[in-house]
Design a binder for this molecule. Structure first.
Ligand code: AMP
Ligand code: MG
Length: 417
């Protein structure tokens, strides 16, 4: 692993967001270990083996419409119409066992297996019927309204590729192939703790000057959503021995360690020096707001992220740097693209060039058009605006002030799946 800062052309002492992301993602690699689980338990897990279609999907040629199955060659050409004798029916789940001959038709429903001899379905709206016969006019094409066997998936082809994180559609797809189990990567084990002498834990009263530890709860939330096994190590005081003990026990039990706080260069900020002593580490000043200082490295085989202490900075650095690293370590490939959506901004924003800013934003619909407004409170300790927001407004490094009506990039908090 290379954790060197590397030679840069400009004497820049800090990293861009993209550079920091690339270094982290370039350094980490997937864990070994897998298990077979029942498909319901595979939701959110990372597929370890390609899912191969054991048969064609659909298994048979079948009708895409309610109508009549017949031989295309019998259809009238040019002008005029022809009468067909209805010799049976093919409903979904109940096929017609005979053979369709010249001038014959079989009543068929959507999903019904195409009867032998027939190659076309004529929509029921296009025929006139008198019970035993149907009358069909010229102009109906060969092969029409038939879904071919294997047109969704052919037998032996890859239905879902290894490295995908299983979502609801994948569960349905796997079930449609008749498979009951999937081979998934073992869960990632992530240890996390908060550091700070000022932190009180919920359940005990906060003394004057103390604040309740919230970072462990936001981290609990994001890591649980990601499907990790969690090792919550509580609050660790700002004492080097205590932090060292926490790092060592976390490294022994986990794939990844996340700490929050103590990563600046204040008197009580021991994370960086300890990470350096115990393992390999890079301490980065990243041109990002919030979340400027961050440490990244490893102790043995365990990756470490020393996140800042401010509650919003924890979430921003988690989403922008840690989440995709965890996905990569968990075996996800390719990593998901996270779209930036251009959106009209309703409000002026003061922005100094030279760092990438993540503002909490409200995407809302005004007179039928979507637009974005930054939350009023943008302090990096203010979780309420994080809780109320539904997106980040992402202002690139070189961007300056935003005027009302300007277009800005937005990153959504929620997706459908
Ligand atoms: P630090 O980086 O340790 O100096 O922390 C920066 C700011 O974040 C300080 O105001 C801390 O009180 C606050 N902070 C650090 N850790 C937590 C936490 N776990 N929960 C809430 N606030 C925190
Ligand atoms: Mg602190």
């Amino acid at each position: 692993m290379s954790l060197e800062t590397g030679a840069t052309t400009a004497p820049r002492t800090s990293l861009s967001v993209e550079e920091a992301r690339n270094r982290i993602l370039g350094a980490v690699s997937p864990i070994d270990g897998w298990e077979r689980v029942a498909i319901r338990d595979a939701l959110g897990r990372v597929l370890r083996e390609d899912v191969i279609a054991p048969f064609n999907v659909p298994a048979h040629d079948n009708s895409a419409m309610d109508g009549y199955a017949l031989r295309a060659e019998d259809l009238p050409d040019g002008i005029g119409e022809r009468s067909f004798r209805v010799i049976g029916s093919a409903f979904a789940g109940r096929s017609f066992s005979g053979v369709v001959g010249a001038g014959q038709a079989v009543r068929i429903m959507t999903g019904g297996v195409m009867p032998a001899g027939a190659d076309s379905v004529v929509m029921q709206e296009k025929v006139r019927t008198d019970g035993e016969h149907v009358l069909i006019s010229a102009g109906v094409q060969h092969g029409q309204n038939v879904r071919r066997a294997g047109e969704d998936l052919s037998e032996g082809s890859v239905a879902i590729s290894r490295g995908k994180r299983i979502g609801p559609a994948d569960l349905g797809l796997v079930a449609s192939l008749g498979l009951a189990e999937l081979c998934v990567a073992r869960r990632l084990r992530v240890a996390f703790f908060s550091t700070g002498d000022e932190l009180a834990s919920i359940g005990s009263p906060a003394e004057p000057g103390q604040v309740y530890d919230s970072n462990r709860y936001t981290l609990h939330g994001v890591l649980t959503r990601l499907g990790c096994d969690l090792v919550d190590m509580g609050v660790i005081p700002d004492r080097p021995e205590a932090i060292e003990t926490a790092f060592c026990s976390a490294a022994a039990s986990s794939d990844v360690i996340l700490s929050s706080g103590g990563v600046s260069v204040g008197d009580a900020d021991f994370i960086r020096t300890l990470m350096d002593r115990l393992g390999e580490v890079n301490f980065w000043k990243i041109d990002i707001k919030p979340g400027r200082p961050m440490a990244f490295g490893r102790i043995g085989n365990t990756w470490m992220f020393g996140l800042p202490g401010n509650p919003v900075a924890v979430m921003v650095t988690y989403y922008q740097f840690v989440m995709d690293a965890l996905l990569k370590i968990a075996g996800v490939t390719p990593l998901p693209e996270r779209p930036l959506i251009p959106m009209t901004c309703t409000t002026a924003i003061r922005k100094s060039a030279g760092r990438q800013e993540y503002l909490r934003g409200h995407l809302l619909r005004e007179d039928g058009a979507w637009e974005v407004r930054p939350a009023a409170a943008q302090g990096s300790g203010i979780l309420r605006s994080m809780s109320e927001a539904n997106c980040f407004i992402v202002l690139g490094e070189s961007q300056g002030d935003v005027a009302p009506g300007d277009t800005v990039d937005v990153q959504l908090f929620d997706g459908l799946v």
